[in-house]
Design a protein around this ligand. Sequence first.
Ligand code: SAH
Ligand code: SF4
Length: 351
Amino acid sequence: MVSSNKPLLLDTPFEKWDWDEVPRYRREQVRKWIFEKGFLDWDKMSNLPKSLKSELSQRLDLLPMEAVKVQGSSDTTKKILWKLRDQQLIESVLIRATEGTKGVRASRLTLCVSTQVGCALGCKFCASGLDGLKRNLSTGEIVGQILLARKEAGRRIDNLVFMGMGEPLANLPALLPALDTILSPEGLGIGARHVTLSTSGLVPKILELANYPAQIRLAISLHGGDDDTRKKIMPINERYPMEELFHACEQFIEQRKKMITLEYILIKGVNDDLKQAELLAQHANRLRAKVNLIPYNRVEGLDWERPEIEQVKLFQKTVEAGHAHRVTLRLEKGHDIDAACGQLRLKENNP
Ligand code: SAH
Ligand code: SF4
């Protein structure tokens, strides 16, 4: 059982590990054990002297979390429920690109990462926000999910999407140092183009992120074609209405010279009429954005439903007809294991 009051080593980026009396090459050995071999256990670091291992282990914790449930799905999606050192629960999801997906190597592995325990933004359709925000994750808890999920998968992770529990942009002080470690060749060495942050639209934070030096990708959870539709399901729209959001997106795109993605979940009878599809196409054109349509995943205890497949296809066709850029329909991943993020935790907390 992980539980401790000691500081977590991974909360400090490795360039800042400050062990005065420890020679540099020893720190380099520790770095390699962690980031190259994925060992989060002082005892396993066989080329370190016993005395040093014992000293470091008394001062610093290495293991941020442990898996309490791994749920495999028939479509090769694997969901991991982690227990943190203070017993809070979070989730990560490993998603293997299925064979035959257009333009994608058959073996590409994506990890969906959490950034908070719960979420304060309370979108009406989302399992993660049901109990509000418990706390932010620390840098080490963000990096730890990737290191431990990589071990669980037994191979390298190609893509990261910050689409797990929580609002990544509400936790930038922990997330930005985590990104530094994730992107660094001496850390996890994942290319910035393979990292996507998803946000429900925290306007000032989008502008802040525009100044982050690496070329990470940004996805905006839109889920409505107009303010009235969007604010019914996303309370954040009251604080940052769509025009303000688009303005921030335009600034981000201008500064980064980078395309963004508009995510749009389709909920039956709420945001799936063709008028919304036309509006979505207009917004995507204005922003030159890609569009990712996601049929809603049912959440236990919530009444929302996904539209019939015919309506989904019609919606997609309407967006495509009005829109010059790429429109994708996110095909089902992990439906049989409660794919909507936050669900495993929800069940564990309310069995
Ligand atoms: N807080 C961020 C990132 C986490 S949610 C955000 O909202 O963007 C990641 C994505 O999953 C968002 O687009 C969110 O709207 C979507 N999502 C949440 N619940 C869902 C559900 N039940 N079915 C399908 N997508 C869902
Ligand atoms: Fe939070 Fe994103 Fe869920 Fe909304 S969709 S409650 S922002 S995690």
